[in-house]
Design a protein around this ligand. Structure first.
Ligand code: GLU
Length: 438
C-alpha cells in the first residue's frame, strides 16, 4: 500500500519549491491508489504559528491537492517520549553539555588542522561523576544519537543508487536541552507510525536520509523507499532561495496565476516531458511517472508560468471560474473572452465593454458605415448575426476589409483588438449598440 506525506513546517508561506514536493507526493499517491498525509512539522514552538498552519492548508486547497489524513507533530509528544526512552535504553542516545560556542571553537580548530569538522564524541567518554558535575554546573543536557558509522546506500527513486557514509557525520542532536525533540527524530517516528512507504522530498535532505535510515533501524521500523527531487533553480542556474518570497503561492494567486498552471508546470519541471496546459488535474495524474524526474536541477521560469496560465484559461469552463467573474457574467461571456485575457481578473475589463459605457474613440471617415450599420442592425442578435449584418453593411456601402470591420470594432468596444466580434456582439444590448454607433 502506497502511503506518502508532505511535511511542511508552519514557519512561513509555501513557495513553488514546497508546492512541487507537495504536488509530486500527491500525484504519486493518486497514481498508485495510495494515501497522502499532510503532516505539520510544528515541534518548534517558537517559530511555528497557527496562521502559517492555516495558510498552508489554504494554499494546498488552492492548488487542488486534497489529503487523506492530517497530523500535527505537536499532538504527538507522548509518542516521541516513547521513542526517546527506547533509544536511551538501547544506548543510542547520550547526553552532552557543550555550548554552541564551545562546539564552534572546536570546529574551527579541526578545520585549521585539516581534520573533518565532525563532533569528537567527547561527551560519550563522560563518566557518571562528570555527568553529575555537568548537570549541577550547566543544567539539563542535549542528547545526541550515536551513529553506527556505516556506508549506507539506497536505490533512490530519482537519483539512482545513493550513498551516505555516516562515519563522516557528527552524531546528530535529537533532543534540545529544553527537552524539545528535533525533526530528525520526530519525522522518523511519524513515518513509522503512519506506515509511510515512500519518502519523496528535496535533495537537501539526502544527508538526513543516511542518518534517518539508522534511526528507522534503531527504532525497529520498516525503512521506506526514498526519492530526492533536484532543487529548483532560476534561468541563470542560481538557486531560487532569495526569490522564493515573491514566488509564494499567495503572491502567485494574488497575481492571478491559475493554480492549474502551477500544477501543470511543477508536474513536469525537471523531467524531459513537455509542459502542457491541461483542463483538469486528472490529466496530470495520468501522465505522472516519478522515474521521469532527473538528477539535474530543474529550471523554474516565472514568465513560463504566466504564459502557461493564460493558456490554461482557454481550457477552463465557466463553472470553474464563475465566482471569480463579475456578477451577471454568464457562460457565453466567458466563452467569448477567455482566449483574450492573461488572468481571470482581466475579464472585468471586457465585462465593462459588454455592459458599457465604453470610451468614445475618434474614428476617421466611417460615419457612413456606422450610420448604415445602425439602420441595418437586426432586432434579434445571435452567433450568426455578425456575419449577416456585416455582409449587409458591405453590400449597402461598398466598404470591405479593414475599412468595414475596424470602425465597427472601435465603435462597439472602444478598442482595436479583442475577442471575435461574432461572440461579443450578441452580448451587448441592442440599445447600447445603437448608441455606440451613433
Ligand atoms: N519539515 C521538513 C521540511 O520541510 C520535512 C522534510 C521531510 O520531508 O522529511 O524540510
Amino acid at each position: 500500500m502506497v502511503a506518502v506525506r508532505f511535511a511542511p513546517s508552519p514557519t512561513g508561506r509555501l513557495h513553488v519549491g514546497n508546492a512541487r514536493i507537495a504536488l509530486v507526493n500527491w500525484l504519486f499517491a493518486r497514481k498508485h491508489g495510495g494515501s497522502f498525509l499532510l503532516r505539520l512539522d510544528d515541534t518548534d514552538r517558537e517559530r511555528s504559528t497557527a496562521e502559517f498552519a492555516a495558510a498552508i492548508e489554504e494554499d494546498l486547497r488552492w492548488l487542488g491537492l486534497d489529503w487523506d489524513a492530517f497530523a500535527r507533530e505537536s499532538d504527538r509528544f507522548p509518542r516521541y517520549d516513547e521513542a526517546i526512552a527506547a533509544l536511551k535504553a538501547s544506548g543510542r542516545l547520550y547526553p552532552a553539555w557543550e555550548t554552541a560556542e564551545e562546539l564552534e571553537l572546536r570546529r574551527k580548530l579541526q578545520i585549521a588542522q585539516h581534520r573533518p569538522p565532525v563532533y569528537d564524541r567527547a561527551a560519550l567518554k563522560l563518566g557518571e561523576a562528570d555527568k553529575a558535575r555537568l548537570t549541577a554546573e550547566r543544567g539539563a543536557p542535549h542528547w545526541r544519537f550515536r551513529l553506527d558509522g556505516r556506508r549506507l546506500s539506497w536505490p533512490d527513486l530519482v537519483k539512482g543508487e545513493t550513498v551516505v557514509d555516516t562515519a563522516s557525520l557528527s552524531d546528530p542532536v535529537l533532543i534540545r536541552s529544553d527537552g524539545q525533540p528535533l525533526y530528525t527524530l520526530t519525522s522518523v517516528v511519524d513515518d513509522i507510525d503512519f506506515a509511510i512507504s515512500h519518502v519523496i522530498r528535496g535533495e537537501d535532505h539526502v544527508t538526513n536520509t543516511g542518518v534517518q535510515i539508522e534511526l528507522f533501524e534503531a527504532l525497529g521500523g520498516a525503512v521506506p523507499a526514498f526519492g530526492h527531487l533536484s532543487l529548483l533553480v532560476d534561468g541563470t542556474g542560481a538557486g531560487l532561495s532569495k526569490r522564493l518570497g515573491s514566488l509564494s503561492l499567495a503572491s502567485l494567486r494574488a497575481e492571478g496565476i491559475e493554480a492549474l498552471a502551477v500544477d501543470a508546470l511543477l508536474a513536469r519541471l525537471g523531467t524531459a516531458d513537455p509542459v502542457e496546459p491541461v483542463a483538469a488535474r486528472d490529466a496530470l495524474i495520468e501522465g505522472f511517472d516519478l522515474s521521469r524526474f532527473g538528477k539535474a536541477p530543474a529550471r523554474f521560469d516565472p514568465s513560463e508560468l504566466r504564459t502557461l496560465s493564460a493558456h490554461v484559461l482557454q481550457h477552463l469552463d465557466f463553472e470553474t471560474v464563475r465566482e471569480r467573474l463579475p456578477a451577471g457574467a454568464d457562460a457565453a461571456f466567458w466563452q467569448a473572452v477567455r482566449g483574450n485575457i492573461a488572468v481571470v481578473g482581466d475579464a472585468a475589463d471586457w465585462w465593462q465593454v459588454v455592459t458599457g459605457p465604453v470610451e468614445r474613440v475618434e474614428i476617421e471617415d466611417a460615419r457612413g458605415v456606422l450610420a448604415v450599420a445602425a439602420d441595418l442592425l437586426p432586432a434579434e442578435l445571435d452567433g450568426e448575426s455578425w456575419g449577416r449584418w456585416t455582409s449587409a453593411i458591405a453590400a449597402a456601402t461598398g466598404a470591405k476589409g479593414k475599412a468595414l470591420f475596424l470602425p465597427l470594432r472601435l465603435a462597439l468596444t472602444g478598442r482595436a483588438h479583442g475577442p471575435e466580434m461574432k461572440t461579443i456582439l450578441p452580448l451587448i444590448k441592442s440599445q447600447e449598440i445603437k448608441s455606440r454607433l451613433a
